[in-house]
Design a protein around this ligand. Sequence first.
Ligand code: K7E
Ligand code: CUA
Length: 653
Amino acid sequence: MRLPLSGLGWLTAGLVVAACSGGKQSSAGGGSGPAPSGGVVELMKARGLSEADVTAALKTYTPTGKFDEYLTFASGGHSGQVVVIGVPSMRILKYIAVFTPEPWQGYGFDDQTKGLLASDSHGRNLSWADTHHPALSEQGGDYDGKFLFIGDKANARVAVIDLADFTTKQIVSSQLIGSDHGAAFVTPNTDYVIETTQYPTPFGGGFADPKTEYKTKYRGAAVFWKFDRAKGRIDKDASFAVEFPPYTQDLADAGKLASDGYAFFNSINTELSWGGNMEGNPPMESGSSQNDMDYLHVVNWKKAEELVKAGKTEMIGGMRVLRLDVAAAEGVLTFVPEPKSPHGVDVTPDGQDIVVGGKLDTHGTVYSFAKMKALIDAKKYAGKDDFGVPILDFKESIRGQVELGLGPLHTVYDNQGFAYTSMFLETVVAKWSLKDLKVVDKVSTHYNIGHLTAAEGDTVSPDGKYLIAMNKWALDRFNKVGPLLPQNFQLVDLTTPKMTVLYDLPIGLGEPHYAQMIKADKLAPVDVYKPGEDAVTSQLSPNATEGGKERIERRPDGVHVYMTAIRSHFTPDVIRVKEGETVHVHLTNLEQAYDATHGFAINSYNVNVSIEPGEASDITFVADRAGVFPMYCTEFCSALHLEMAGYLLVEPK
Ligand code: K7E
Ligand code: CUA
C-alpha cells in the first residue's frame, strides 16, 4: 500500500499503519475513516508528539542504508574545520580538518599535514582558525562538486579542499591582510577565490600608529587568488589584489550572469574609527556607526585583471597590487552608498540585483546592477570620497527596498523567485518576493539566526526545497550542558505554503557561520587512494613502499623505515634505533579495500597518523628518550586488530 505523504490524511485514514502493523486499532480522535494503528498513535501519545512532529519526522527520517539528497558544507567556526551534514537527515557525516590539528584524521601529525598547517601561517605554529565562509567551486555559476574553499578570519588565510577525497590540500595567506571576512567567495567559473580584509592594517605589514597614520597608512584589500583547476591549487604568482581605503570591509559576493566580471563588497566603517576608548576616542561600536551611509564597493575584476596584465601594478608583500588611485581612476573601484552598518551582500540568481542587509536598518536594499553599470559607463558620479573613489547616487542605483523587519543579515534564494533573509534581532527567516519586494512569510528560529543556507541557494539555479537556519543561541532547545551551549542548525521545509521547522541539529563546535548545500549526486569522491599516493600533494609519494620492499636504511639524516600496513600487521613491526637518532617512518597502507583504514601510534612520542587505503605518509621524530615504546594500529580494522602492533626500541647512548 502506498503512503500518502501530503497532508496527514494517512494518520486518520489509518491505511498504511494498519496494513503494516496489522495490530490492534484505536481511535486517533476526530477522524472519520478507519482508525490508525494503535502502535503509532500510542507512540505519539507516549512521546507527546503532534501530527506536525510526525510529519517532520517522516520528512527527515532516513533509514539505515539510505542516503541523503543534499550535503551541506558548514563552517566549523573556531574549530578550524568544515562540517559535512546530510540533508534532510541532518546527520553529521564528517569533520574535514582544515586549519586545526585533528587527531582522528592524523591531521597535523605526519610530515605532510604538519607542513600544510605550517605553510603560509605567518611563520607561527597556529593551532586554530575562525572559519567563516565556505565556497564550493563553480562552473557557469553552478556548483560543480569538485573543490571547496574556506576563509580563516582571525589569521587571514584561505584553504583549498579537494572534494575527490574531502581533504585539505593547500593553505595560503598574503601579507596585505591582517584579518579577512569576505572570504572565501568564488567567481562563476572559479577563476578566482576572493579574500577581502575585515580590519584594516598598515598596508604590506609593519607598524603605524592609528592615531596619526590610520588614514594614510592603513588599508584594506580584495585579494583575487588565482585558482588553477587542473592542478587543483591556488597559483599565488598569478594572483593579484585591489587596494581599498581603510573602511572596515565586510562580506563579499561575486557577480554572475548579468553581473559576471564584477564583485561586490560591503563596508561598515566609513568613519575610519579605530577604537581607543581609553585614549579619548569613542569605542568602535559607536565610532563606526555615526554616518547614515557606508559604501558598497563595486569592483570590475575583469578590468582589474586586464590592468594587472598590462603591468599597472606595484609589488607589495610579494603580491601584485592595483593601487587605490589606479583602481579609482580606471573604473575598477566604484562606491555606492548603503544604509548603516550593512552585513550581507548577496547577488540574485540571475545576477541582476544585489541584496544588502543592514543590521541597524529594517530594510533590505536591492541594488540594480544594470542601473549601476549605466551610471559607471556614463561616468555619472554623485561625488568622490576622501580617497578619490567615485560614488554613485544611492537612489539612482537601487531597484527598491523591502521592509523586512529587525536586523536583516544574509539572503539566499529559491527557484520560485523568492528570497530568504535571516533576521538576527527578530530571530526569524523572512521570505519575500524578488519581483514586488514584499514579505510573504516569516518563520521563527531558535534563536538569533546568523547565516542561512538554502539548497544551491546562492547559485544561478537554486533548488528551493530546504533551508538551514544557523542560529547563534539555543537556550531552551536541548538538554542543559553547562554555560556554553551548542549552536542550533534548524532545517526548514520550503515546500509547504508556510515555512516549517523540521529538525534541530545541535552543533557542538563552532561558532559556525556560513554553509552551502549541494545536490549530493554532484559529488563523486574516490573510494581509495592510488597505491602509494600522498594525500596532500595528490601525487605518488617518493617514499611509497610496496609489499616485499620494506626496509630500514641508515643515512646521515637518520634512520629511514620503509614500512607497510595491511590487515593485520606492520612490516617491519620492530624499529631499533639509538637514543638521539632521528627517525623517519615512511608508512604505506597497502590496502585497496574501501574503508580499510589503519592508524599508527607510538607511545609518548606524539606520533599518531591515520592512513587511508593506498595512502603513503611520512612521520619524523627524534628518538630522544631511551626505552621500549609500544606502537600499534589505532583503528579497529580487523578481528586481529589488537595484534597489529610492534615496538620502537630505543637503545640508550
Ligand atoms: Cu554573518 Cu562571518 Cu558571514 Cu557570522 S558572518 S553570521
Ligand atoms: Cu590496523 Cu587496526
